[in-house]
Design a binder for this molecule. Sequence first.
Ligand code: ACO
Length: 316
Amino acid sequence: MLLGTGGYLPETILTNAQLTETIDTTDEWIVERTGIRERRIAAPHETASSMAEIAAREALEAAGLAPNAVDLIIVGTATPDRIFPSTACLLQQRLDIRHCAAFDVQAACSGFIFALSIADQYIRSGNAKHVLVVGSELNSRLVDWSDRSTCILFGDGAGAAVLGAAREPGIFSTHINSDGQYKDLLYVSNPTNSRGEINESPYIKMQGNEVFKIAVNTLEHIVDETLDANGFVQSDIDWLVPHQANIRIIAATARKLKMPMEQVVVTLERQGNTSAASIPLALNEAIRDGRIRRGQILLMEAFGAGFAWGSALIRY
Ligand code: ACO
């Protein structure tokens, strides 16, 4: 079950109005096409592991657990501090946790759902008792700030959840999937591959419109698959906690579920797309402000580069 959550957002706010000073865009265009009004930008000294540490400590405190009670750490990130060791190992060192496995999952915006799915398998099989699952992203360092079609979308932040074994499973099911044939619609090339000779931009490249259409279609299917797998119907869901890429994608999924937007946790207006951090940040916000209550049924879903997508149906 989900024992506790935590989150961290960097202090600096970058508004749409500020973006209009450097790129050819308007606040109206960004709000209408994406729903985003502002995003957080990490300070130069911050990293995926430093943000993950703050979110993780908050989640552990909410769970009432000491760091050394954790027996598995999984971090979803596409913006690791180092290529290796993993951000999860760096987080483990920061939390002073010894003798447990720690590794990263690279599934772009679906990183948290993929990490949650692995955590669920470890708990179900009895191989882990307390798993720390984190999504932490420094997207501001991956975007080309002169590319108006991508730089308006992303933000930085970290979210964390602590899962624990329980007699009644909190996670009913998780569903993850990938299709690498779409590798060129959304990607970041690895600059180290060119040994210093940069042949290609090291920043996010996205054919937004193509991604948008496939995201909407895919998410419609995965929500059906998730409900069917558990014998649930749409009205059983109390909250949709979606990945926060675009309000139009979120609204399409909510429409498919016949859910009013009041039952959807939306954070992208103030955070933009924080990639693997967006779901745990949304979850944490809605739990802490009292919207999500114990016993309620939550559907989480994400779609991102790969393409890689997934969902989780849980009882909080
Ligand atoms: N301001 C003003 N105009 C803009 C901007 C901007 N910031 N960006 C693009 N435009 C223009 C384009 O140049 C284009 O102009 P043209 O018609 O003269 O050529 C026009 O707006 C329409 O462009 P589209 O790309 O078709 O706009 P669209 O409505 O699709 O919105 C967006 C773009 C917001 C990127 C949308 O496609 C989207 O959200 N895509 C999905 C993103 C996503 O889900 N990504 C997956 C997760 S991210 C991850 O995994 C890391």
